[in-house]
Design a binder for this molecule. Structure first.
Ligand code: C2O
Ligand code: CU
Length: 513
């Protein structure tokens, strides 16, 4: 079965929280973008037309968490797997839903995702738990009233007062009324609705939580209710109970929830607290949505009380690795090679603040994507393309040290990572959490001044980005490209449309800088 979608991307006015933005990015006129749905094993085809104008920009869509096994060309990363889709041009992605669970897609061009260019991607598969109803995606996202291109410019400047955080709002499924009395510059601002959910007591619901934000960690809860986490990213886990679900940017958690009335009230707040720069929550706005139980009247505003917020100790860590035990077991192989990455910040010669991984900030290479070079022999890669070739190794263990004071939700393409260690102490080189069945997921939060150790199997020939998912950090170069078995990349399979896309982009970029 092939699931077909036709996406036209354009700028448009957008006021999800009541505050008017002229320059949001929409898919088929919608924000968030349409939900892509498929069954496990289906093919997904998405035709993307770039109508982004004033200012015009390239674009490309990435299917977060999908492995693109044998279709590395459709991973949607400008500089790596394709040239950007030029304004006016179209490109059709074709790939298999080879994994199942809750995910999302987003632009991988500059910080466009922070302008609204994202949506849910759900692949239905077997369920290891029972529930009555799947209510689908619950997308959590910080929201900025400034335009993303202005923010990117600001964060690169070496002036901390211009940096992005705190955000202006936190949206749940694209909604959360803004307090318009805070607007001082005359920008139009008006009423906006809360997202609303109707549930019945006694039934069990599945919520697919997705942190689709630009920068903030999210701490999700429902007043007075217990939540059971059953999947993290695309990995089903042994269920465990919690009251607050922590999600770094790019992370997903499926939770089950059996609503109960609190002190007789049938109207309850769903909430998400946010932490931003340096992990502090204090100055960040929280998001809320309304839950109505058993046919409570539509206009009921909840009066329930939030759980106490988790201690804000400035570490914004994920739940301990010990808590997440994959339901389908996989034991950890001996790595055939190891590697170390140190994260740092630098100010470059032109006064820009950048992130480095092993000393070098990644610089975009739009006209000449790495994958198009990888299968050719004897290509040498400029340092600033941050490309590491693991050749024909079968697995690699990577020790990452964050020598910066910010948190970094680290995301790998083309793979899941086994997570072996997460802490603020230097790793002792041997202790591994649950080696017989370690946590597997595609995104994990690296703590400020912290260490994490991950490993993955080199079973997918290609060039795969490994990067921080904070939109601004990505723009500041916090990005490496991990190459594996380049000789096995099937050059003959490169679709002609990719060459056309590069031709169109190179033509376009001649007349635009
Ligand atoms: Cu969700 Cu490289 O991205
Ligand atoms: Cu980061």
């Amino acid at each position: 079965v092939t699931r077909n979608y036709d996406f036209t991307i354009s700028r448009g006015a957008l006021a999800p929280d009541g505050y008017y933005k002229k320059s949001g990015i929409l898919i088929n006129g919608q924000f968030p973008g349409p939900t892509i749905e498929a069954n496990w094993g289906d093919m997904i085809e998405v035709r993307v037309t770039n109508n982004i104008t004033s200012p015009d920009e390239g674009t490309a869509l990435h299917w977060h968490g999908l492995f693109q096994n044998g279709t590395a060309w459709y991973d949607g990363v400008p500089s790596v797997s394709q040239c950007p889709i030029a304004p006016g041009a179209s490109f059709t992605y074709k790939f298999q839903a080879g994994v199942f669970g809750s995910s999302w897609y987003h632009s991988h061009y500059s910080a466009q995702a922070a302008g609204g260019l994202f949506g849910p991607l759900i692949v239905y598969g077997p369920s290891h738990v029972e529930y009555d109803e799947d209510i689908g995606p619950v997308m959590l996202a910080d929201w900025f009233h400034k335009d993303y291109f202005a923010i990117v410019k600001n964060v690169m400047s070496n002036n901390s007062s211009l940096w992005a955080n705190p955000s202006d709002n936190t949206l749940i499924n694209g909604r959360m009324p803004y307090n318009c009395s805070q607007v001082t510059d005359g920008t139009p601002c008006g009423d906006a609705p809360f997202a609303k959910f109707r549930f019945e007591t006694g039934k069990t619901y599945k919520l697919r939580l997705i942190n689709a934000g630009a920068a903030g960690m999210q701490y999700f809860s429902i007043d007075g209710q217990t939540l059971q986490i059953v999947a993290n990213d695309l990995t089903d886990i042994q269920p465990y109970n919690t009251t607050i679900v922590t999600l770094g940017v790019g992370q997903r958690s499926d939770v089950l929830f059996t609503p109960k009335a609190i002190n007789g009230t049938k109207s309850i707040w769903m909430r998400t607290l946010q932490s931003g720069k340096f992990c502090q929550r204090a100055s960040n706005p929280a998001g809320r949505a309304v839950i109505l139980l058993d046919g409570a009247p539509d206009d009921t505003i909840p009066k329930t009380v939030a759980y106490p917020a988790p201690v804000d100790d400035g570490t914004c860590k994920n739940d301990p690795l010990e808590l997440s035990v994959p339901y389908y077991e996989e034991s950890l192989p001996e790595p055939s090679t190891t590697f170390q990455i140190t994260v740092n910040t630098i100010v470059n010669a032109s006064g820009n603040q950048l992130y480095t991984m092993n000393g070098s900030p990644f610089m975009a290479n739009y006209n000449n994507p790495l994958l198009g070079l990888a299968y050719q022999k004897n290509v040498s890669y400029p340092t600033q393309w941050n490309t590491y070739n693991f050749g024909s190794n079968s697995s690699v263990r990577i020790v990452i040290w964050n020598n910066s004071s910010g948190p970094h939700p680290m995301h790998i393409h083309g793979h899941d990572m086994y997570l072996l260690y997460d802490g603020t102490e230097r790793w002792d080189g041997t202790t591994i959490v649950n080696p017989l069945n370690p946590v597997r997921r595609d995104t994990h939060n690296l703590r400020p001044k912290g260490w994490m150790v991950m490993q993955y199997n080199l079973d997918n020939p290609g060039v795969w980005p490994f990067h921080c998912h904070i939109a601004w950090h990505l723009s500041m170069g916090m990005y490496v490209n991990l190459m594996e078995s380049p000789e096995k990349i099937d050059a003959a399979a490169i679709p002609e449309v990719l060459r056309e896309t590069c031709d169109a982009w190179n033509e376009y970029s001649k007349s635009h800088v």
